[in-house]
Ligand binder design. Sequence first.
Ligand code: C5P
Length: 281
Amino acid sequence: MTVVSERAYAKVNLWLEVLGKRPDGYHELETVMHEVDLYDDVELEPGGEGIHLELDDPSIGVGEDNLALKAVRAVERRLGRRFDARIRIKKKIPAGGGLGGGSSDSGAVIRALNRAFELRLDHEEMESIAATFGSDTAFFVRGGTAMCRGRGEIVTPIPAGGPFFFVLVLPGIHCPTPRVFKSLRLTESCRQSYDLLRCLEKGDVAGMRARIFNRLEDPARREFSELDQILQLLSPHRAILSGSGSTIYLLCESRGDADEKRVLVESLVNTRTIVVSSASR
Ligand code: C5P
């Protein structure tokens, strides 16, 4: 058995509406996730005894709480067997920023196990395993662009034009997802994603920019004043929060437009920025 490598791409949420609170304490979502070409490298080498996880970012723990290890345990539980392997993750996706880095690593680990040990799991089976330990983990099995419902684990791939270009604004504020959901004030009048989906399919960037929406933006702004200030400064440029934050993004017309917007953003706010485009697997 040989070493297998997988790219774990980051995502942005082009749409996030909260439909209500569920009896299990989670929220019923309708969210459009879109993979972008900022990625962690995940390498899996079968052999040794048990699982050894190595990460090049010392701020991220490598214990059983790590989503990459949770992914291995979930596959082990489903198949009733143990794996011996060394997993190396080179991080480029900033942790805790609403870009799905940890979840994406876990999706990549499931794909890597599937290939390295010739498990013959199909996408549905891998998604169902991923859904046992996280809400946005299932999306990262296939990635691309998808409508995610339920807790986020019911994944339907959707057509998307593009590639699209984004300026990611990374304020480096840690926004714990449970805290943001807790601060959410549920509304009776949920927005419909239909128009956004139509623009997304056509690759109509101006139309998308007018319709992208994140219900978690208001609670995140209430909880984190620094984030609120940055969003206020960037609001003329239609900046929007990704997931529960703290990453903010600007959807741009082209790479050139994104490069220009990045300079503009950097003149307005003192934060790290990256230009990314849609991922192609
Ligand atoms: O499932 P995951 O660990 O990604 O969720 C983190 C937290 O985010 C949950 O504990 C919950 O507080 C909140 N959440 C939620 N509704 C969702 C997804 C997450 O309330 N659909």
